[in-house]
Design a protein around this ligand. Structure first.
Ligand SMILES: [Zn+2]
Length: 231
């Protein structure tokens, strides 16, 4: 086979190989997207659990204060019933008034917290449903992706073998130059056709010797872009 045909074939196989590699990356991306979503929701679920505990503690605390108000009211009531001192009765009446006001605001606060607790519990249940759903999806996708990646790996291996075989058919000097070009350009075009005295890709003017030898069928690396120049 002509050297330039071998090079073109290698490049074509490299492109096929890259498509399989890209597909594998894409499949892994699909999975990691799902895993991130699950992680995010799990974190929200944990946070909701913590918040529920905090709200419960706060409600407990307020209920204790509420009980304290009731005790204060009952004590003051006893003073009013038993005392004969107008002054003491007045003080007790004021205490009752204050305690009632306090109770009202505590009860309001407790109601708000109960609403909040209810909302948090509802959120947490939704999060749990989401997590269990996405976990199932992840398991399905994982097994699906494993099959695809395994098949991609086989294709990649086959391409690598073909490329390897073809590379060995190249003259050693071309082999080395092509490896340099391929290393630099990867799966982008690593070949460049000489156009007159210029590199077809980067337009760098080539020396007279290089132009002559390429026209005679030899291969040279372009001094500008390090692609393998061919006629
Ligand atoms: Zn060039």
């Amino acid at each position: 086979m002509e050297t330039d045909q071998i090079l073109k074939d290698i490049q074509a196989f490299q492109l096929v190989l890259k498509r399989f590699e890209d597909d594998t990356v894409e499949q892994e991306g699909r999975l990691s997207f799902l895993l991130k979503q699950k992680e995010k929701k799990s974190q929200e679920h944990e946070e909701a659990t913590e918040k529920i505990i905090q709200v419960k503690n706060k409600i407990n605390d307020l209920e204790h204060k509420l009980a304290g108000c009731d005790t204060a009211i009952s004590n003051s009531s006893k003073v009013i019933e038993s005392s004969t001192s107008q002054k003491e009765i007045e003080i007790a009446e004021n205490k009752i008034k204050l305690s009632l006001e306090q109770k009202e605001s505590l009860e309001e606060e407790i109601l708000e917290l109960l609403d909040r607790e209810e909302k948090l519990i509802e959120d947490r249940a939704n999060q749990a449903t989401f997590i269990s759903g996405i976990s199932e999806t992840i398991d399905e996708v994982k097994s699906e992706i494993n099959t695809i990646i395994k098949s991609n790996d086989n294709e990649i291996k086959a391409m690598e073998e073909k490329i390897h075989g073809l590379t060995h058919e190249l003259p050693t000097q071309v082999q080395n130059s092509f490896m340099i070009a391929h290393k630099k350009h990867g799966f982008q075009k690593s070949l460049s056709q000489l156009k007159g005295t210029l590199c077809g890709v980067c337009k760098r003017e080539q020396t007279r010797d290089v132009v002559k030898e390429v026209q005679e069928g030899q291969f040279h690396l372009c001094s500008g872009c390090q692609r393998l120049l061919h006629k």
